[in-house]
Design a protein around this ligand. Structure first.
Ligand code: PBG
Length: 326
């Protein structure tokens, strides 16, 4: 006689729902959105089918749709005109720049929408790096970069950003940004730190969308080695001490173990960034009829929740919200 029959708990959907361990809601999702100058523009991103570069008017429409579907947070990534890029990335803190204007537009149209501003120099840097580059040695300069990042974060906070997302991986930037924000009275602005961000091949489509690939070299001197997990704990400890509100792991799927480790070791909420390459792989396989896209989207997103992620940044946000509605 069989005593243990785990299948009993899977007998039908009601029982499965009773014993389900992880849940996925639109409220857990943040939708990353790309912005371009102009009006009435929705420019398709080739390597990310279903994703667009939105002009601000279209961006606001998209944000309204997301909000109505229960996705109440967006992360903005501006596509900066090549002419505005410079070695000092000064466009990153232009109060009339595309980034600040898009934050303001969403906050004006939907004040309840949580808007996350990206903090890193790559979209604005003629070198395509997240930090300032030493012209002679090619070194990515840590401490001088912090000053520019702080200007960028303040520019975003003044435009109305609710969350600041430093994605640059410079040392000490969480503490530096926290101090700069507090000094100007922005003590209520959150910092979601990209704390374990790996030097990954999965960012390819994003760099195409923003035209932000490094002109020379790679990002390995600041983004983490994919082989390391203990180092993620070290990064997380530092960001916690420096005052981060949420710790992020990026990319997502290849790093579920890192999400799990951070969840086990820290009390701060954990976010996972399901990045552009992960999105592109699903879309490409689905377009070939090789996988069931809807199933794979929900399975992917619930796997982040199971691993320990509270928050998920994903280009599937809208599709997932529509699927969850059914
Ligand atoms: C750079 C940045 C990147 C992403 C978000 N911010 C790419 C990079 O580090 O080169 C990637 C996101 C994605 O692939 O979806 N600051």
């Amino acid at each position: 006689m069989l005593i243990h029959r785990p299948r009993r708990n899977r007998r039908n959907e009601v029982i499965r729902s009773l014993v389900r361990e992880s849940h996925l809601l639109p409220a857990h999702l943040i939708a990353p959105l790309f912005v371009i100058d102009g009006t009435a523009q929705r420019v398709a991103i080739k390597s990310m089918p279903g994703q667009f570069r939105f002009s601000i008017d279209e961006l606001v429409k998209e944000a309204k749709e997301l909000y109505a579907l229960g996705v109440h947070a967006v992360a903005l990534f501006p596509v900066i005109d090549e002419k505005l890029k410079s070695p000092d990335a000064r466009e990153s803190f232009n109060p009339q720049g595309l980034n600040a204007r898009s934050i303001r537009a969403i906050k004006e149209a939907i004040p309840e929408m949580m808007v996350m501003g990206d903090v890193a120099l790559d979209p604005y840097s003629s070198d395509g790096h997240d930090g300032l580059v030493d012209g002679e040695s090619g070194e990515i300069l840590n401490d001088p970069t912090l000053e520019v990042l702080a200007k960028q974060a303040l520019c975003e906070a003044r435009a109305g950003a609710d969350i600041i997302g430093p994605s640059d991986m410079m040392d000490g930037r969480v503490g530096y940004l926290r101090a700069a924000l507090d000094e100007e009275g922005f003590h209520n602005v959150l910092i979601m730190s990209y704390c374990a961000k790996y030097a990954s091949g999965f960012y390819g489509p994003f760099r195409e969308a923003l035209d932000s690939a490094p002109k020379k070299g790679d990002k390995k001197s600041y983004q983490m080695d994919p082989a390391n997990a203990k180092e993620a704990i070290r990064e997380a400890m530092l960001d916690e001490q420096e005052g981060a509100d949420i710790l992020m792991v990026k990319p997502g799927l290849p790093y579920l173990d890192v999400i799990y480790r951070l969840k086990e070791n820290f009390t701060l909420p954990i976010a996972a960034y399901n990045v552009s390459g992960e999105y592109a792989m699903v879309k490409a396989a689905a377009a070939n009829g090789w996988i069931d896209q809807d199933k794979v989207i929900l399975e992917t997103l619930v796997s982040f929740r199971r691993a320990g992620a509270d928050v998920i940044l994903t280009y599937f946000a809208k599709e997932a919200a529509l699927l969850l509605r059914k």
